[in-house]
Ligand binder design. Structure first.
Ligand SMILES: NC(=O)C1=CN([C@@H]2O[C@H](COP(=O)(O)OP(=O)(O)OC[C@H]3O[C@@H](n4cnc5c(N)ncnc54)[C@H](OP(=O)(O)O)[C@@H]3O)[C@@H](O)[C@H]2O)C=CC1
Ligand SMILES: CC(=O)[C@](C)(O)C(=O)O
Ligand SMILES: [Mg+2]
Ligand SMILES: [Mg+2]
Length: 333
């Protein structure tokens, strides 16, 4: 069993009194900046001139500077801009301004693992990767909870990089729920696999296929939405709270019998073989090459897929039904 680190395992002096630059103020950036600030850390958000996030950060009471200026003063620079542009911004804005003896940090290992960024040897390089969407890293922290993190050290020039990383994890709330040591390779490969095969790719296409099956068979699209999409959170909430057992305790025996008999007809050996193929594409770098090439070519295919999915009937039907559920409207970054 892996060692799981909690609040009491942290040497808070490793980060207390340090200046932290959070580069980017999006899903993860806003969460890290606000959580760390509320944990007592001196935060400056680094953004580009004209960034639409800058006013949001200022309205939240955070110091905002251009990237180079935020990095210059920082003891820790956490890069929370999109993976596909990190190498360029690192080269032009971050690398020339990194203080000797400071630390460079990431929330995903993509650019270090696939060698898009090669940091100087005289700085610490670490990662604190939340196992959850940034908006929930923030919401959970504000509610007194925390999203688990996994953390890694790529370079330990100071001899304190592990302590700094663990203290950072506490600053964003990770050690409230548990933090596990990893490597940049393990985080990168497992995160890419999880988001493609299960959390994002897997679940959205499963839900959509269920919706399309019912609609094609002539059932009302609104019922197909409630059944295959809206109820998913309610089912997963029970699993989140108490494992599959708690969900299976709450559902009917009829549903539980259907769970055991229909599930293996859907997730077959063929499915598992394709999961292994997805993992191979990640491990051999071909996914990373495709993603970076798509970005260099202007993201036309990416935008076309985004548009096609946004225009799907399930989003139209769901949007109308959710409009009547005012409690779902969470004002977030
Ligand atoms: N999203 C998630 O929940 C998770 C993300 N991660 C990792 O976190 C990192 C950040 O991802 P994510 O939070 O999703 O990113 P987002 O796309 O949500 O946010 C990107 C932020 O970067 C800013 N930005 C864009 N270009 C620049 C630039 N040139 N200089 C400075 N700031 C810039 C954007 O500003 P503006 O909006 O003004 O353009 C925005 O504030 C990635 O490495 C990702 O893999 C890890 C775990 C989960
Ligand atoms: C939210 C998260 O963990 C992801 C899916 O890995 C991501 O947004 O990259
Ligand atoms: Mg992830
Ligand atoms: Mg990810």
């Amino acid at each position: 069993m892996a060692k799981v680190y909690y609040d009491q395992d942290v040497n808070w002096d490793a980060i207390s009194g340090k200046k932290v630059a959070i580069i980017g103020y999006g899903s993860q950036g806003h969460a890290h900046a606000l959580n760390l600030k509320e944990s007592g850390i001196d935060i400056t958000v680094g953004l580009y001139a004209g960034s639409k996030s800058a006013q949001k950060a200022k309205d939240a009471g955070l110091k905002v500077a251009e990237v180079a200026d935020a990095v210059k003063d920082a003891d820790i620079t956490m890069i929370l801009i999109p993976d596909e542009i990190q190498a360029k911004i690192y080269k032009t804005e971050i690398a020339p301004n990194l203080k000797a003896g400071s630390a460079l940090a990431f929330a995903h290992g993509f650019n270090i693992h696939f060698q898009q960024i090669q940091p100087p040897e005289d700085i610490d390089v670490f990662m604190v990767a939340p196992k959850g969407p940034g908006h929930l890293v923030r919401r959970t922290f504000a509610e007194g909870g925390g999203v688990p993190d996994i953390f890694a050290v790529y370079q330990d020039a100071s001899g304190k990089a592990w302590d700094i990383a663990l203290a950072y994890a506490r600053g964003i709330g990770g050690t409230r729920s548990g933090v596990i040591k990893t490597t940049f390779q393990e985080e990168t490969e497992t995160d890419l696999f999880g988001e493609q095969a299960v959390l994002c790719g897997g679940i959205t296409h499963l839900i959509t296929a269920g919706f399309e099956t019912l609609v094609k068979a002539g059932y009302q699209p609104e019922i197909a939405y409630f059944e295959c999409f809206h109820e998913m959170k309610l089912i997963v909430d029970l699993m989140y709270e108490g494992g599959m057992a708690k969900m299976r305790h709450s559902i009917s025996d009829t549903a539980e019998y259907g769970d055991y008999t229909a599930g293996p007809r859907l997730v077959t050996d063929k499915t598992k073989k394709e999961m292994e193929n997805i993992l191979t594409d990640i491990q051999d770098g071909s996914f990373a090459t495709k993603w970076l090439t798509e970005n260099k070519a202007g993201r036309a295919q990416f935008y076309a897929m985004r548009r096609r999915h946004a225009e799907h009937q399930i989003e139209e039907v769901g949007g109308k039904l959710r409009k009547m559920m005012s409690w779902l409207d969470k004002k977030e970054n």
